[in-house]
Ligand binder design. Sequence first.
Ligand code: SF4
Length: 258
Amino acid sequence: MSGADVMDRQQSESPEIAALHQAAEALEQSSPQEILRWAVDRYAPHISLACSFGMQSVVVIDMLHDMGLLSDVEVFYLDTGVLFPETHQTRLKVSERYGIQPVRVAPRLSIAEQAVEHGEKLWERQPDACCYMRKVEPARQYLTGKRAWITGLRRGHSRTRSELPVVGWDAANDMAKINPMALLDEDTLWGYIKANKVPYNPLYDQGYPSIGCTPEQCTATVGIGGDQRAGRWAGRGKTECGLHVDGKSVKSLDSSNL
Ligand code: SF4
């Protein structure tokens, strides 16, 4: 980017967004712990961690706990109503190990109510709409009033996440988004998990490199060496649930239009 481009960008950005761009550059080589410390210093107590009970987000919990910062961050999870039993078991283990009670964030409709209002198996016919109602909308409502949220996203998850900033502006939720695990590779993560005996979802050992809703809905196993997210919505032309796309895309999808 040229100097003129940088000046144009800075003049059109709010001070908060400009500060996040500067921080993203300054923290690019930093460890996840340094990024978390920066985020907690800047945003606590108005900062939350989105926890899927996947390996990344539980490692974030372990790091925050180790740094004495876990009580500064509210941990929440999206209970779509069709999570794996193993995911709930992992939640209970994490709660016990770290002494936390993650906030349950649920959609307005149960799976049965969704079938009555929008027809059976919406995830097969309109997975974007199903994800919007069961994940995106509840997350947005929960996050209202916060200043920042932390994710477990990594650049190595998929090509669509390859340019993920370590910190950035989330236009969809009008707040900062912190991605402390962005640069970590899978081997480093597993090394941390083993060395620190971090509880992890047993589904990883059963061939699920990315874990969402149950197989009847949207998650399949992936063969050795396959794309980490290839088992999510396989064959439906969908790669993201909508939580992590730009604001324009998300705002264009409204469950009231279903
Ligand atoms: S992952 Fe599937 S079942 Fe879960 S909310 Fe999205 S479309 Fe619905």
